[in-house]
Design a protein around this ligand. Structure first.
Ligand SMILES: [Zn+2]
Length: 196
């Protein structure tokens, strides 16, 4: 199974770029988030996507101190995967984490100068559409790469995101492992995934 591996390793590097290119399979829907997992041998990658509304309580550029604090708080929370996910059946160490909340903080500081538009003009046709997203709904993304030891046949993941972000009602989850791929919708009452 080479394909999941290639996808998983490219995904982190390209997620920012491909986001603008992909067709809209990720409809922006308040209360509904998305989780994508790739597990191959000792590597586990988790990507989380949610609306700004569900994570921050607003979707514009943060302006007030309260809004800036909300971004800071969410950034700290999303940087602690052991609070977000309880992984059983493997001993996993975080190797890399990124989220676009840092970008949100930088945009505010730079007062939205549009300089980033020009950097990409020759590469992408879709820049204009993409940039205008900042004016309306926005999405929060976070990704985690783990290296795991003692990986068993049944790795499970308990997802704590509902209690940390109470506006979330559903998390559409999909995963790819050596054994194939599968999907499930998590709710506050049913928040455990088995990566089999
Ligand atoms: Zn929205």
């Amino acid at each position: 199974m080479r394909l999941p591996f290639i996808f998983a390793s490219c995904c982190t590097l390209l997620s920012v770029c491909t986001q603008a290119e992909q067709p809209d399979t990720r409809a922006h829907q308040h209360g509904v988030a998305r989780l994508e997992l790739f597990k191959l041998a000792t590597d586990l990658q988790i990507s989380f996507y949610a609306t700004g509304s569900d994570i921050l309580g607003f979707e514009h550029q943060p302006q007030t101190q309260t809004e800036l604090d909300a971004v800071k708080k969410a950034k700290i929370l999303l940087a602690q995967p052991d609070k977000l996910f309880q992984i059983a059946g493997a001993d996993c160490q975080l190797k890399h984490h990124q989220s676009n909340l840092a970008e949100l903080q930088q945009h505010t500081k730079a007062e939205h100068k549009h300089s980033h538009d020009h950097n990409h003009d020759h590469d992408h046709d879709h820049d204009h559409d993409h940039d205008h997203k900042h004016a309306g709904h926005s999405d929060i993304e976070a990704s985690y790469q783990f290296s795991c030891k003692a990986v068993t046949e049944s790795v499970t993941l308990k997802v704590n995101l509902f209690s940390l972000f109470p506006d979330l009602q559903q998390i559409h989850s999909s995963w790819i492992t050596e054994k194939g791929q599968s999907a499930a919708t998590l709710t506050p009452a049913d928040r455990q995934l088995s990566l089999n």
